[in-house]
Design a protein around this ligand. Structure first.
Ligand code: IFM
Length: 456
């Protein structure tokens, strides 16, 4: 099999603002919740923060040169709300907007299309103080106003917009902290209902954000949401295991309360029943606001769970990973390449959205990279991971599912949230003491995929 992809397949790389920009106190930027969280003792490994990160704010031109060398034609990055409206609402900081103007100009001059995510977790701390960020419905309105401000200013350069990245992570992992160490910012809430309320507000922000983007864009544009569903993978591909995986997908992790409302306009019924009194308050009109027409949908896929048919109610069971099951350098990063194919197929068949153009907006892995005496990083483990996931993406395309492109996470090693700089997801190695970037073997392998337009 040659694993050839269609001529118009989008090859990209992805990053996010807080994870690479640094320059936390420059250009009028004010603190985000991640500045405060990461500078609080014991919140991140080694007390790492994104204050300097990859210093991309000052080095974006040379980072774009690396993209040119890679041959990539699409770049997904995020915009920091706290650079654009440092107080969360109110006055726009034009110096912050200018940074993204310069970045986009540099991308466009180099033939690279910008894909901008408007929110990748780093909300202004001022809104945390004012009303507890996502705990309040006000956050959705403030987010939409921020969308209006930035899309109106950058819409002459950017036509591919993504509203929010991974709602479950910045709501459920931030607020649902009863009894477990907090993995992300968010004031502690003890009731599940309050946690579900935060993700409901984020869904509203997505809906209002879509409307704001379309109203503010000076040119026709594409609007997407980016989600990381819990992917159920049939253990065998027997018809019974496939039905089991499809059934389980509805209630796996937070799917029924996030990807379902976004794509169908309703919380999944079985899921809502299982929440019972812990379900969020849904006001009249909310579901219409949330269920906006989309031009694309982004899937961030890293792993999956195996499911098989069972005689017992509910007709399926999860299969635990055996002791020697392969895993990359994160506790949750089991090697389940089929998860890409099944995520795509579940959107088409379980969510009944076979027409919706899809993008893999993130896929990649952390590996224990070592620099050899010759200064090379021979990450054959990362190549093994990426090749198998891309083959699974190819299968989806070959079977006719509307997968349009793939963004590798990540262009370079960066600030991996609570794991700080301890975990490396990049295909460029970053020496954080010198900010020197070095291509890993996976960089050259991915360049070959792009050059040959196939999974090499
Ligand atoms: O680094 C993160 C990213 O910010 C969101 N998706 C998962 C990546 C790896 O954990």
């Amino acid at each position: 099999m040659s694993y050839q992809l269609p001529p118009d397949f989008l090859w990209g790389v992805a990053t996010s603002a807080y994870q690479i920009e640094g320059a936390a106190e420059e250009g009028g930027r004010k603190p985000s919740v991640w500045d405060v969280f990461s500078s609080t003792p014991k919140r991140t490994i080694n007390g790492d923060t994104g204050t300097v990160a990859n210093d991309h704010y000052h080095r974006y031109e040379s980072d774009v040169k690396w993209m040119v060398e890679l041959g990539v034609k699409h770049y997904r990055f995020s915009i920091a709300w706290s650079r654009i409206i440092p107080d969360g609402r109110g006055k726009v900081n034009e110096t912050g907007v200018d940074f993204y103007r310069r970045l986009c100009d540099c991308l466009l001059e180099n033939g690279i299309t910008p894909h901008a995510t408007l929110f990748h977790w780093d909300s202004p701390q001022a809104l945390e103080k004012r009303y507890g960020s996502w705990r309040s419905r006000e956050m959705a309105k403030d987010f939409a106003d921020y969308c209006t401000a930035i899309v109106g200013r950058l819409g002459d350069r950017v036509t591919n917009w993504m509203t929010l990245n991974e709602i479950a992570c910045f709501t459920h992992l931030g607020y649902d902290v009863a009894g477990v160490p907090q993995m992300a910012p968010g004031s502690r809430v003890w009731r599940k209902k309050d946690v579900w309320q935060t993700s409901h507000h984020a869904l509203l922000a997505h809906g209002l954000g879509c409307q704001a983007i379309r109203a503010a864009s000076p040119r026709p544009c594409s609007v997407a949401l980016v989600d990381n569903p819990g992917v159920t993978v049939p253990l065998t591909e027997s018809p019974a295991d496939i039905i089991a995986a499809q059934t389980a997908f509805r209630t796996n992790w937070v799917n029924g309360g996030i990807i379902f409302p976004a794509l169908t306009g309703q919380y999944d019924e079985v899921f809502l029943q299982s929440l019972g009194r812990e379900a969020p308050v849904i006001r009249s009109g909310d579901m219409e606001t949330i269920h906006q027409p989309l031009d694309a949908f982004g899937l961030n896929i890293y792993t999956g769970s195996h499911v098989r048919a069972s005689q017992k109610v509910p007709g399926y069971e999860y299969v635990a990973y055996p002791k020697s099951y392969p895993r990359m350098h994160m506790p949750w990063l089991w090697l389940v390449p089929e998860s890409i194919y099944w995520a795509i197929r579940h959107v088409a068949e379980v969510l009944n959205r076979p027409e919706l153009p899809l993008l893999i907006t993130e896929n990649g892995c952390a590996a224990q990279d070592e620099v050899t005496q010759q200064g090379e990083i021979l990450d054959s483990d990362r190549i093994l991971y990426l090749r198998q996931y891309l083959q699974s993406a190819h299968r989806a395309v070959a079977e006719g599912y509307p997968l349009q492109g793939y963004f590798l996470w990540s262009l370079m090693d960066n600030f991996e949230w609570a794991w700080g700089y301890d975990r490396r997801f990049g295909i460029l190695y970053n020496d954080f003491s010198t900010q020197q970037r070095t291509p890993k073997a996976s960089f050259y392998w991915y360049a070959e995929c792009i050059r040959q337009n196939r999974v090499a």
